[in-house]
Design a protein around this ligand. Structure first.
Ligand code: NDP
Length: 313
C-alpha cells in the first residue's frame, strides 16, 4: 500500500470537518479529509435546520452539508469516502492508516469526528435493533406513518424528533425522566401544543415487548417514590434521543479527554494536548453542540494548523 504525505489530515465530515477543509485548502495546506461512516455527519439525519445563519427560510440538514461540502471541493480539498482505523500521535509527522490499509503521514491533524447517539443500555434495544428501535427519527420515521411511536428524552433532540414524528405518526409519546423538559423554550412550546404528542413526565423505560417487532414498552412512573406505578404503552416504534457520546475511541491514551470522553482543549484555541493535533466540532464541545459552533471551530482549527506549520518552518 502507498504512503502519502499531507500538511493537514482532517478526520470527519460534519460542519466542523468540511469548514476546516475550506480554510485549510484556501491556506494551501492541500488537506486530505476522510468523511467517515456517516458522510456529512449528524446533520444529514436531521430534518430542517432553522438556526444556521444565512438561511432565513431554513434549510434541510442534508442540503446544508452538501453546500458546505461543495464549497470545500471548490477550493481543492481531497475528500475521501472511508475512515481512519489507526493513528499514532506520539511523533510528528503523525502516522494514520485508512480502512483500505493506506498510510498517511500528516504534519498536522484536525479531529472532527463528532458524537454519536446514546442508548439507554437495555438489552431490548439490541433485541429490537432495526425492528422498531431507532436513534434517528428522520432516517426511520417514514416507516411509522399512521402508527404510534415513543421518543425518549427531554432535550432539543427529543423534542425535535417528537415534533417531526408527530407529522407522520398517529400518536407520539415523549418519555421524559424529569418533571420538566430541558429543551429550548421554542421547542418545548411546539411539542406541548401539538395535539398528537403526549408527554409522560417522571417516566423511565424498563423494557420493550413484541413478537419480532416492537409492540409496546414497559414503563415506570415516579420510580423509587410512594407514587411509583408500572404500566405499559402500545407502540410500533421506540426512538432514542437522550444525547450523544463523543467519537474518540481512536484517541484514548493519546490525547487528554474529559470524564465523558470529549477532547480537552487546554488553551484558548483548538489545539489539543498534543502539539500539531487540533480538534473541532462536537468531539471537543460537550456544551454547545450547534452546527454553527462546529463550523466556527473548524475554521479556527484550520487557522491554528496553518500558524503551527508556519512556526515550524
Ligand atoms: P441533551 O443532553 O440536551 O438532552 C438529553 C435528554 O435526554 C435530557 O432530557 C436527559 O434527561 C435525557 N436523558 C439522558 N440520559 C437519559 C436516560 N438514561 N434515560 C432517560 N432520559 C435520559 O441532548 P440533546 O441531544 O437533546 O442536545 C444536545 C445539544 O444539542 C444541546 O445543547 C441542544 O440544545 C443542542 N441541540 C440543538 C438543536 C437546535 O437548536 N435545533 C437540535 C438538537 C440539539 P435530563 O434532563 O433528566 O438530564
Amino acid at each position: 500500500m502507498n504512503t502519502e504525505t499531507t500538511k493537514c489530515l482532517i478526520i470527519g465530515s460534519g460542519p466542523a470537518g468540511y469548514t476546516a477543509a475550506i480554510y485549510a485548502s484556501r491556506a494551501n495546506l492541500s488537506p486530505i479529509l476522510y468523511e467517515g461512516l456517516q458522510p456529512g455527519g449528524q446533520l444529514t439525519t436531521t430534518s430542517e435546520v432553522e438556526n444556521f445563519p444565512g438561511y432565513p427560510d431554513g434549510v434541510m440538514g442534508s442540503q446544508l452539508m452538501e453546500d458546505i461540502r461543495s464549497q470545500a471541493t471548490r477550493f481543492g480539498a481531497d475528500l475521501r469516502t472511508g475512515y481512519i482505523t489507526e493513528i499514532d500521535l506520539s511523533n510528528r509527522p503523525f502516522k494514520a492508516v485508512d480502512d483500505n490499509g493506506g498510510t498517511i503521514m500528516a504534519d498536522t491533524v484536525i479531529i472532527a469526528t463528532g458524537a454519536s447517539a446514546k442508548y439507554l443500555g437495555l438489552p431490548d434495544e439490541t433485541t429490537y435493533a432495526g425492528m422498531g428501535v431507532s436513534a434517528c427519527a428522520t432516517c426511520d420515521g417514514f416507516f411509522y406513518r399512521g402508527k404510534t411511536v415513543a421518543v425518549v428524552g427531554g432535550g432539543d433532540t427529543a423534542c425535535e424528533e417528537a415534533y417531526y414524528l408527530s407529522g407522520l405518526a398517529k400518536q407520539v409519546y415523549l418519555i421524559v425522566r424529569k418533571p420538566q423538559l430541558r429543551a429550548s423554550k421554542v421547542m418545548q412550546r411546539r411539542v406541548i401544543e401539538k395535539e398528537n404528542i403526549t408527554i409522560l413526565y417522571n417516566t423511565n423505560t424498563l423494557g420493550l415487548f413484541g413478537q419480532g417487532f416492537v409492540e409496546g414498552a414497559h414503563l415506570v412512573e415516579h420510580v423509587g417514590t410512594d407514587k411509583e406505578r408500572k404500566f405499559d404503552i402500545t407502540i410500533d416504534g421506540f426512538f432514542l434521543a437522550i444525547g450523544h457520546k463523543p467519537n474518540t475511541e481512536l484517541f484514548v491514551g493519546q490525547l487528554d479527554l474529559d470524564e465523558q470522553g470529549y477532547i480537552v482543549l487546554p488553551g484558548n484555541n483548538q489545539q489539543t494536548s498534543v502539539a500539531g493535533v487540533f480538534a473541532a466540532g462536537d468531539v471537543a464541545d460537550p456544551k454547545y453542540q450547534q452546527a454553527v459552533c462546529a463550523a466556527g471551530s473548524g475554521c479556527k482549527a484550520a487557522l491554528d494548523a496553518d500558524v503551527f506549520l508556519m512556526e515550524q518552518e
